[in-house]
Design a protein around this ligand. Structure first.
Ligand SMILES: [Zn+2]
Length: 241
């Protein structure tokens, strides 16, 4: 997981002569040096909100080259870009695989300030128009970002690798993992929109080099536990079917 801090729109020129289209003068979107989208004038938002962020630089045609696909979602005042989990199936892996920045650095969060900046820089990517993140997307989002594949390999069923969870900074680790497992299971069938709130998150320590911390559970002041979107951010959704 990472957060977009410094968004920039920069000029780009591509050689489209092999497609008989001369030179293309367009804009790209950068965040902290990462190129989030390379041809802003050619983006096409599909019905489910997904779009190809990294488009063929020889012709500008969406789908000409595989990969570079993003599923953008709204979460309260924030937004997230994540892989197109509903399309990113093993047999279609190449076509809808996410751009390298989601693979290498995890899902990308836009906090409220970045949301406003993105809306003004690139109106077609205005996060206010994104579909809301829904509960059933949480397990795969959390799996994508979990350190050490502790929720399994993306594309496989989400399940906790308890053998690599050493401890939790509060309560009994086995009990906390059982609550986490129940929350992940119940979320996986719910289509209700997710909202976020700041909350204390529990640290689980993993049996991996450097003993990394993992923050998948949030605890409210009344002790109520919920799935955590990231460190110090819990989430809420209507749990009735
Ligand atoms: Zn092309």
């Amino acid at each position: 997981m990472w957060t977009a801090a410094k968004l920039e729109r920069v000029r780009v020129v591509y050689d489209f002569t092999s497609a008989d289209c001369g030179y293309c003068d367009d804009r790209a979107l950068l965040a902290d040096g990462h190129r989030l989208a390379n041809l802003l004038g050619f983006i096409e938002i599909e019905e489910d909100g997904c779009f190809q962020a990294i488009i063929c630089e020889s012709c500008g045609v969406v789908h000409c080259q595989p990969g570079g696909w993003v599923a953008p979602r709204r979460v309260s005042q924030d937004a997230v870009w994540m892989p197109c989990f509903d399309r990113y199936l093993p047999d279609q892996e190449a076509e809808y695989r996410p751009p390298g920045y989601l693979t290498n650095a995890g899902v990308l969060w836009f906090e409220a300030d970045a949301v406003r900046e993105l809306a003004s820089l690139v109106p077609i990517l205005d996060p206010r128009n994104y579909p809301a993140l829904v509960a059933r997307e949480l397990p795969r989002l959390m799996q994508w970002d979990a350190p050490g594949l502790v929720l399994g390999r993306p594309g496989e069923a989400v399940s906790i690798r308890r053998d690599i969870v050493l401890a939790c900074d509060e309560g009994d680790v086995t009990e906390q993992l059982t609550v986490l497992e129940e929350l992940l299971n119940s979320a996986s069938t719910l289509t209700q929109a997710v909202t976020s709130h700041s909350a204390r998150t529990l640290a689980f320590y993993l049996d991996l080099p450097g003993t990394p911390e993992w923050h998948p559970l949030a605890v409210d002041t009344d002790g109520h536990r919920s799935l955590a979107l990231r460190r110090n951010v819990g989430c809420t959704y209507d749990q009735s079917q």
